[in-house]
Ligand binder design. Structure first.
Ligand SMILES: [Zn+2]
Length: 474
């Protein structure tokens, strides 16, 4: 497949041809989400927000601007983000008294308000979220969807009475993200980041690294336990039952909407174009009438009947009646857009009151009686997501390779563009050498599977503490 030979070129072509995004906006790192791409994103937001609502999260919308003094309150946080911040310094030609920045992430916009809202134990837990754009002046080469200076995400922020409650919230967040990624058929590693790579201001960070055909990982989500770090900086306290005042414990987590779309494209799609999981496809079923002279009227009327039946079931269906295109051109177009199921309706289908169903995922066709159409389509949706998930997880397994020594580490990451599985002593010097040898980064150890190192540290030969995954990253 082209995507394994020249990922960048293939990816850019899909973005353009499938009407996902136009990267020609005249500001570097900013792009226009086009109709098909934006509808996909809205469908992902709907699935995610439904899960957040079910678990007691409240939607809110905080301002995009943050005052400099709030941003500077948590010392690690400002160190981590200050080099990427877009500043607003002027209004017209007057200099602002207080500089403002565009949110690179919203802790410092939200937590001053938490400090006002949280008074007693009865106000906890507090769990809020928003789906918004954030702004980071990336210095590495920008890539559409994967590394942009404006990108879309959903961020959630929570406050709790104790460390234990915050720990439970971290587990809930991981479970929510897993459940959404599962509906998208994505495969990834759930990794605890090494301390030197945790979120600025967090006690620890967990990240979801999705595989990419070029061997680079794509961080599609993160979950952070913030402990009391921000509570101390922003004085977020509550009065407990015994009348004492305590700091809250906090978590935050981000779901990368732009990056999740990138992962869906990268993992599922093929040389014909996009392949979409049915749950997020803007159009799940497209009906293409196959017209022959003499039967045009009957076939069109039958196609309309099929359309009404499918539509009444709640499936997102489109009847393609464009008379300027041949059926072949329509097939090509809808395969590029990744519509999960195509319904072909020809004279024979019409005469026998049947329909022909074709799955985008493998282009296999089945013929079913008209009355079974909706059931058959729903079965195909289940089959499609299962196939996508199986394909993607087997590729992830192929992409991960055990590194025996430093030279194989280099071959795996640099030469063969894979993810290396490495035994590491947790020493910072060895981490640096792993980075030099591989050209990649230590992404962390798995928390979804317990893994014990069977071998010594790949660099120093002392006892290894962890099996870690080393890859280049977007
Ligand atoms: Zn070592």
């Amino acid at each position: 497949m082209k995507k394994f030979k020249n990922f960048s070129k293939w990816f850019d072509e899909i973005l353009f041809n499938a009407d996902i995004l136009d990267n020609r906006y005249p500001v570097k790192g900013f792009a226009v989400y086009k109709a098909w791409g934006f509808r996909i994103i809205k469908n992902i937001i709907e699935i995610l927000e439904e899960r957040l609502n079910e678990t007691g999260h409240i939607p809110m919308l905080f301002p995009v601007v943050i005052p400099e003094d709030a941003f500077a309150k948590e010392s690690e946080h400002i160190k981590g983000f200050s080099s990427e911040v877009f500043w607003i310094t002027h209004a017209g030609d007057r200099e602002l008294d207080k500089k403002l920045l565009l949110r690179p992430t919203s802790e410092t916009a939200i937590y001053p308000m938490f400090a006002l809202w949280i008074r007693s134990h009865a106000d906890l837990p507090l769990k809020v979220y928003q789906s918004v754009a954030v702004y980071r002046y990336e210095t590495k080469a920008t890539r559409p969807l994967l590394r942009m200076r404006e990108f879309l995400w959903n961020e959630a922020h929570t406050a709790h009475k104790s460390w234990e409650e915050a720990e439970r919230q971290v587990a809930e967040a991981v479970e929510i993200y897993n459940s959404v990624f599962k509906r998208l058929g994505l495969s990834y590693l759930v990794l605890r980041r090494p301390d030197f790579d945790k979120f600025a201001g967090a006690v620890y960070s967990i990240a979801f690294d999705a595989w990419n055909p070029d061997g680079r990982v794509n961080q599609i989500g993160t979950v952070h336990n913030l402990g009391e770090n921000f509570a101390k900086a922003f004085e977020i306290t509550y009065e407990d039952l015994d009348g004492s005042h305590k700091n809250v414990f906090q978590t935050c987590y981000g779901f990368g909407l732009s990056r999740v779309v990138a992962a869906i494209i990268a993992q599922h799609s093929d040389d014909h174009g996009l392949i979409l999981p049915p749950d997020i496809a803007p159009i799940q079923v497209v009906i293409v009438p196959i017209l022959y002279k003499g039967a045009t009227h009957e076939v069109n009327a039958y196609a309309r009947e099929v359309y009404e039946i499918i539509k009444s079931s709640g499936i997102r269906v489109h009847l393609d009646t464009d008379e300027d295109k041949t059926p072949g051109e329509k097939f090509y177009y809808w395969e590029m857009l990744g519509a999960p199921v195509r319904v072909e309706v020809g004279p024979r289908d019409q005469r026998e009151r049947k329909v022909t169903l074709v799955k985008r995922v493998d282009l296999k066709r089945i013929v079913v009686p008209l009355e079974d159409t909706v059931t058959a389509i729903k079965d195909l949706f289940n089959e499609i997501i299962r196939v996508l998930e199986e394909r993607s997880s087997s590729t992830l397994k192929e992409i991960i390779v055990d590194a025996e020594d430093q030279s194989s580490l280099s071959d795996i990451v640099k030469l063969n563009r894979r993810i290396a599985r490495v035994c590491w002593c947790e020493g910072v010097e060895c981490a640096e050498k792993i980075r030099e040898a591989s050209g990649g980064e230590i992404r962390g150890y798995r928390i979804d599977v317990e893994e014990k190192p069977e071998k010594p540290c790949i660099i120093c030969g002392r006892e290894a503490k962890r099996i870690v995954y080393v890859a280049r990253a977007y």
